[in-house]
Design a binder for this molecule. Structure first.
Ligand code: NCD
Length: 320
């Protein structure tokens, strides 16, 4: 099996073969999820804890459903009612939970790097569900699966990632993944929303939607991350929509069969026109949600296999 990682902290350390291993296994879970009885025993007997230190609807529910369909005992730690509110540090919280012997820990945190730090302190497999502006690996993997199913491949495509690149872990993880798979990448957005060092990201950079979208096979829109801004990044929402919001006219500059993606949650009328988001002939936004459950099942299944192998090895060592 070509997936040897202990944790899933980001796309950065993954080889192309590991990425396709996840996607191929996820295809099998897409089939399972479409059946009436959606039950596997890949995580039977295992405990999964979801720790979300930032708001989430789809990612948290997706990980919860994924774990339950694989037969794990799933616990959602409610941060609002936890000792975090009493000032406990992230590491203390993690060590407390670690002592309860979870097998998988799914963590979302507002600070970039927090999940990597936590992974060094615990005995279980850690999955990054988004850390600050750093990475959101399962989002990039579910986007890759959505693209592969719509376009029949995940190589040699022209992919435009549009909007608030600077604050987006989704953009970062996607850029890394799609770059590893040898696609042509374009970033489109106002210069104020481009990250420092954008020239080194291996993408062409545009501040004009019509120009940047020309001939694109995939148009990936991003939410304007107002919670990560301290003012002054965009003149007004109306102005932003006018220049960077995706509507049918701007999309007409992309390839005739271009697909439209958005990780959600969407700001309709800010980064995307509501009717276009709902247009099932162009938008694959609901497919992304469906692929999300399957990809998370695949990731947790693969990490659980590695965990079992590692524990088996340790037991064997104590016997000799
Ligand atoms: C993204 C996130 O949290 O980074 N959402 C998600 O996981 N579906 C994107 C966003 O919040 O805009």
């Amino acid at each position: 099996m070509a997936f040897r990682a202990r944790h899933l902290l980001g796309i950065e350390p993954l080889q192309p073969l590991e990425i396709t291993t996840v996607l191929d296994l996820a295809e099998r879970y897409v089939e399972l999820n479409r059946r009436t009885v959606k039950q596997s025993d890949a995580l039977a007997g295992m405990t999964q804890i979801n720790m979300f230190f930032e708001a989430s609807t789809r990612t948290q529910s997706s990980f919860e459903i994924a774990g339950k369909r694989l037969g794990a005992d799933v616990m959602n730690m409610s941060v609002a009612q936890s000792s975090v509110k009493k000032g406990e540090t992230l590491i203390d919280t993690a060590l407390t939970l670690n002592a309860m012997h979870p097998d998988l820990l799914v963590v979302r945190h507002p600070s970039s790097g927090a999940v990597n730090l936590l992974a060094q302190k615990v005995d279980c497999a850690v999955l990054n569900a988004g850390d600050g502006r750093h990475e959101h690996p399962t989002q990039a993997l579910l986007d890759a699966l959505t693209i592969r199913r719509a376009k029949g491949r995940i190589q040699r495509l022209t992919i435009a990632i549009c909007g608030d690149i600077a604050h987006s872990r989704v953009a970062r993880s996607n850029l890394i993944l799609l770059g590893k798979m040898e696609n042509r990448l374009r970033l489109i957005g106002p210069p104020t929303l481009m990250p420092a060092g954008v020239a080194d990201l291996g993408a062409e950079v545009y501040d004009d939607m019509r120009e940047g979208l020309k001939g694109a096979d995939v148009v990936m829109m991003l939410r304007l991350q107002k919670e990560r801004m301290d003012g002054g990044f965009v003149p007004s929402m109306r102005e932003y929509y006018h220049r960077f919001g995706l509507d049918a006219e701007k999309l007409s500059h992309a390839a005739p069969d271009a697909i439209v993606m958005h990780p959600g949650p969407m700001n309709r009328g800010v980064e995307i026109d509501g009717d276009l988001a709902d247009d099932i002939n162009r938008s694959v936004i609901q497919d992304q949600v469906e692929m999300g459950v399957a990809v998370r099942m695949a990731c947790m299944d693969l990490l659980a296999r590695n965990l079992r192998r590692e524990r088996g090895r340790k037991i064997a060592e104590t016997l000799v």
